[in-house]
Design a protein around this ligand. Sequence first.
Ligand code: SF4
Ligand code: SF4
Length: 350
Amino acid sequence: MEPPISREELQEMARAAGFSRVGVAGVDLATDEARLLQWLARGHHGRMHYMERHGTRRSRPAELIPGTARVISLAMDYWPADAAPAEPVLADPRLGYVSRYALGRDYHKVLRQALASLADAIAARVPHSYRVFVDSGPVLEKPLARNAGLGWIGKHTNLIGSDAGSYFFLGEILTDLPLPVDEPATAHCGSCSACMPACPTQAIIAPFELDARRCISYLTIELRESIPVEFRAAIGNRIYGCDDCQLVCPWNKFARAAAHPDFRVRQEMDAPRLVELAGWSREDFESRFEGSAIRRIGHEAFIRNVVVALGNGPPDEAALAVLRQRCSDDSAIIAEHARWALDRLQFRAS
Ligand code: SF4
Ligand code: SF4
């Protein structure tokens, strides 16, 4: 039977909407569902309680959106070619490091628009019933992308494409169209395990197994409370997310620079000075991060992260002064982290 849309047509439409790669998967995720339930049972998701919501609908797209026959999985590259190189920023304790995916416009907005425009273009060609999802939705995006042939899940648990590395966002269109499915991608980590010892907090507790409670992305973005003291020194100068496991991955020599202009660096957040960020008021934060994913964590968590990074840096006068001020912050969380940081710097200076 003739497919409603050919693979070539779908690729062309996906490229026109701004995606670099597209694949189609069926809706069976039984093996991944078992892994998800095991991960949740071990508590490795920490305070990400939303992972427990929706029950098995998260791993069963046809239960989440009745009538779903296929998942169109899409990748959009985000590596900002105009950003300062990552390694020198990570090595300079006076600067803050922001995960390279968050330097441009909020990707949720960019991807949702692109997904909606692609889904509409498909509907104009063949009527279909659909819903679009970007990573915050309750779908298992990495297993679906693997099944759609976009890449394999590496030992660090990110998706890797053999011709694209891992610096890309994923989005999905759940559709009732009976499109032909792609071959799932095969795994190519082989004997490499470079990402595991590279993790500053040993969050990759076994190949393909992440204890999110130890991961700096979780600690600096998902966790809104006090950061456990045992991880604060290892966080270094990472103030929003972490890329270390991807930076060492040999497959990222094939990573592609973002084509979308919205992923260009904003507000010079590719190499910001920590002492300046630490002085930002709530209003500064809101206005500087208008349209950025960083705004989602709020001023309190952001300043908390910045003062931790200052506590891992040199005890110069500017750092000591801003930390003293933050010790009497209205936010108990900021004040407590600032005291921790100040104690460290004063000890180092003595
Ligand atoms: S993002 Fe950073 S902290 Fe998290 S697993 Fe990778 S290297 Fe470890
Ligand atoms: S660093 Fe090596 S083990 Fe880790 S994801 Fe990349 S290829 Fe796989």
